[in-house]
Design a protein around this ligand. Structure first.
Ligand SMILES: [Ca+2]
Length: 314
């Protein structure tokens, strides 16, 4: 085999390596699920079957398709309305998994789940009210509470036996003058949140009742109420961040301040750029980026071929 072919093979290997290491599936093993249903802004709920090539349009449709256990939903970039997904209690109309143990995998800094309090008369407006156990990765939730009046109406997680785990996600709440983290009322809520950002307008007030939220490595631009009965592990209040949620506060407070490890082996940082599912580590390359990389490698390979010919004229 000529050196040029070898070089091309190495280039191709490097390219596929680059694609694999930046694709999210290497961090979250999609092959571990029985079925993965895809949701895209270009999808169709009626005509499509939820494959990668023929995705659904809505999260609700994907939840309906999922089995009671063993499946995941992969959501591409763009904004998706999740107001009133699944079955509700007190109209708690954020993301609801309909009692299924289904995971939600977003595209970090690109997948936005919108909860629109102006479009529903539900009493409560939680970010998440799933009673099945869901793991949620890399999703930016944006909730407009439309000025609902109390901490339990605006609780982030509720109502009742809500359970799940959230990794590297953003919870942005607007038009909510009073906020609490949990509303379980029965001491059975089981939710853990890791490396996430709480982008809010006011300091947290008391959670309504029950509690049992475990918060790890997370930050807020306002103040957490660490006496509200939930559990706080390595959290930071009153940080500043830019529009991509890079923390701009003094790095001595958030770098290497978390529980566990970053993907570079250092102690985990706080926020969405820290730990296993760090936004920095799981960026999905856009098709245009891949084309540019491929062209660059091709050009490099052709230049090498030219140089080889010049050095060793046949
Ligand atoms: Ca670190």
């Amino acid at each position: 085999m000529g050196s040029i072919s070898k070089r091309l093979l190495v280039s191709l290997a490097l390219l596929s390596c680059c694609v694999l290491s930046t694709a999210q599936s290497t961090v979250i093993d999609l092959s571990s699920y029985n079925n993965v249903y895809y949701v895209s802004t270009t999808g169709d709920d009626t005509l499509n079957t939820g494959t990668a090539a023929n995705p659904f349009a809505t999260v609700d449709r994907a939840i309906s398709a999922a089995a009671s256990t063993g499946d995941a939903i992969f959501i591409g970039g763009g904004e998706f309305d999740i107001t009133n997904t699944g079955a509700n209690n007190f109209g708690d109309s954020g993301l609801n998994n309909d009692g299924k143990d289904v995971d939600f995998i977003g595209t970090p800094n690109e997948t936005v789940f919108k909860i629109d309090g102006t479009a529903t008369t539900s009493r409560d407006l939680h970010f998440y009210s799933g009673k099945g156990f869901s793991r949620v990765y890399g999703i930016t939730f944006v909730r407009d509470s439309n000025n609902r009046a109390t901490n339990y109406m605006n609780a982030f997680f509720g109502f009742g036996t809500v359970q799940g785990e959230f990794y590297n996600s953003v919870f942005k709440s607007v038009n909510s003058n009073v906020i609490g983290l949990t509303y379980d009322n029965t001491n059975t809520l089981d939710v853990s949140v890791f490396n996430s950002v709480f982008d809010v307008e006011v300091d947290f007030s008391s959670s309504y009742s029950g509690r049992n939220l475990q918060l790890f490595n997370s930050v807020s631009n306002k103040s957490f109420l660490q006496s509200d009965g939930n559990t706080y592990n390595s959290v930071l209040s009153n940080v500043t961040f830019d529009e991509d949620y890079n923390i701009t506060s003094d790095a001595s407070f958030w770098q290497d301040a978390g529980v566990g490890f970053d993907r570079d082996g250092s102690q985990a940082d706080l926020g969405v750029y820290g730990s296993t599912y760090s936004w920095a580590a799981v960026q999905v390359p856009s098709p245009s980026t891949l084309v540019i990389v491929a062209l660059a490698l091709l050009s490099l390979s052709l230049r090498s071929k030219k140089a080889a010919k010049a050095a060793f004229p046949l």
